[in-house]
Design a protein around this ligand. Structure first.
Ligand SMILES: Cc1cc2nc3c(=O)[nH]c(=O)nc-3n(C[C@H](O)[C@H](O)[C@H](O)COP(=O)(O)OP(=O)(O)OC[C@H]3O[C@@H](n4cnc5c(N)ncnc54)[C@H](O)[C@@H]3O)c2cc1C
Length: 406
């Protein structure tokens, strides 16, 4: 029993669950404890927008059962929140005061959505969109709603906008910036997204925020924007980014910079403690700097790799991030490093407003590092290979030919 290794994992998203299952494959005798604040075993957050659009039932969203974890001898503790970590004693403490000793610890706690910080922001009918429980509450409210407002300029606000519209609500999308994904798309890309939204009956308002939410008997009725517009709203969807869950690490010596800082092997600054998934600010060898990726594939790959390193391997995380989502009837794809992550990249763009298509390639030091596309992205595999192999495209003609082939 003495040399049975004890692994504790905080967070049972795809990073934490993937880590637990990989550890079990690597070491049939180790002890694995998975501490999880939510009441469900792993579910697919990427399936939550289809769940809102009634395209995926709850059974398809859920990915694991308690029984499967039991069979794998993974000790899953649901509705268990970690409150602090004691580095000197190598223990994790939960909200009930129970202590869990570890030999190696993974932090895979993701983030929690920022609330709408205005008067009335807590009225019934105002929703964030991060969890299965959020989604169930939104679904319930949609049944009695006719009008909806969404706020935010990134993926979550978009997903809510599309879902509300798909469910037949009269929908207005309010964003502070000049366009959706304002650091990844340029002005023309933003114009095309607006056109696609308008094609689907969504009204888009730029350069304004929600100033106040009004209601009756505790339930939202309308909102007022900073531009003085009054918008009727039976519900309001909020997509204003995440705050990464790191509070329980205060005072441990683990370096925190918004999230948990790691090296390229996902080790934190404290021996024996690792981080993976959305919460990790990891050293990215592609950009030779720290980076954070809020994507499913990244969290999944990091969860498996970190397990191998926790069990004694010495692997470097090298992965080209990819994000694919719907864009109403079309598709949005983001690959690799964009101007969002690395403002010094150079770009080449082609677009067709009438066809609602757009492709933008990003280059750093003569290398292709990323791409964003609305509509088809031809040669996606070739682009990924070029990014991975760091092949030089020294002339403008070579880069233009690449763009033309997309
Ligand atoms: C609606 C929605 C749509 C998305 N769509 C896409 C998409 O199309 N493509 C894509 O690539 N990505 C998408 N994402 C992002 C993707 O889902 C995330 O990047 C990924 O799920 C992160 O996984 P994770 O394991 O790092 O963290 P999470 O899945 O966030 O899991 C972390 C878990 O840790 C728990 N936790 C936090 N603090 C504690 C604590 N103190 N104690 C115990 N437990 C704790 C949390 O409750 C949570 O369950 C979407 C996300 C959302 C919300």
């Amino acid at each position: 029993m003495l040399d049975t290794r004890r692994y504790v994992i905080i967070g049972n998203g795809i990073a934490g669950t993937g880590c637990a299952e990989t550890l079990r494959k690597l070491d049939p005798t180790c002890q694995i404890t998975l501490l999880a604040e939510e009441p469900y075993p792993l579910y697919n957050r990427v399936s939550l927008p289809p769940f809102l659009k009634l395209q995926a039932p709850e059974s398809k969203v859920l990915m694991r059962t308690r029984e499967r974890h039991e069979q794998n001898r993974i000790d899953l503790r649901l509705e268990t929140r970690v409150t602090h970590v004691c580095v000197a004693e190598r223990t994790v403490v939960t909200h009930t005061g129970k202590e869990w000793p570890y030999d190696a610890l993974l932090v895979a706690t993701g983030g929690r959505p920022n609330r709408l910080p205005v008067p009335g922001g807590d009225l019934h009918g105002v929703y964030n969109f991060q969890t299965l429980d959020d989604s169930k509450a939104i679904n319930q409210r949609i049944l009695e709603a006719r009008t909806a407002v969404t706020t935010g300029g990134s993926y979550i606000a978009y997903e809510l906008t599309e879902a509300f519209r798909a469910r037949g609500l009269q929908t207005t999308w309010v964003m502070r910036g000049p366009r959706f994904l304002r650091r990844t798309l340029d002005a023309e890309g933003g114009r095309i997204v607006d056109a696609i939204a308008a094609d689907h009956g969504v009204r888009v308002i730029h350069g304004e925020e929600i100033a106040e939410v009004y209601g009756k008997d505790g339930v939202i009725t309308h909102v007022e924007t900073t531009g003085g517009r009054v918008l009727e709203a039976d519900m309001l969807g909020v997509g204003l980014g995440l705050t990464l869950n790191t509070r329980f690490l205060a005072g441990t010596g683990v370096e925190l910079r918004g999230g948990v800082v790691t090296d390229e092997k996902l080790r934190t600054t404290v021996p024996g403690i690792y981080a993976a998934g959305d919460v990790a600010i990891f050293y990215d060898t592609f950009i030779d700097g720290h980076s954070q990726m809020g994507t499913w594939d990244n969290s999944s790959s990091q969860g498996r790799l970190v397990a191998r390193n926790m069990a004694g391997a010495d692997e470097t995380y090298v992965e080209v991030p990819t994000y694919t989502t719907t864009m109403f009837h079309s598709k949005l794809r983001v690959v690799g490093i964009t101007s969002e992550v690395s403002p010094e990249v150079e770009d080449l763009v082609k677009s067709d407003y009438d066809a609602r298509t757009y492709t933008r390639l990003f280059f750093l030091h003569d290398r292709l590092v990323g791409a964003v596309a609305i509509g088809e992205l031809r040669n996606r595999k070739e682009l990924l290979t070029l990014i991975k192999t760091k092949e030089r495209l020294a002339t403008l003609a070579e880069r233009r030919a690449l763009l033309d082939a997309c």
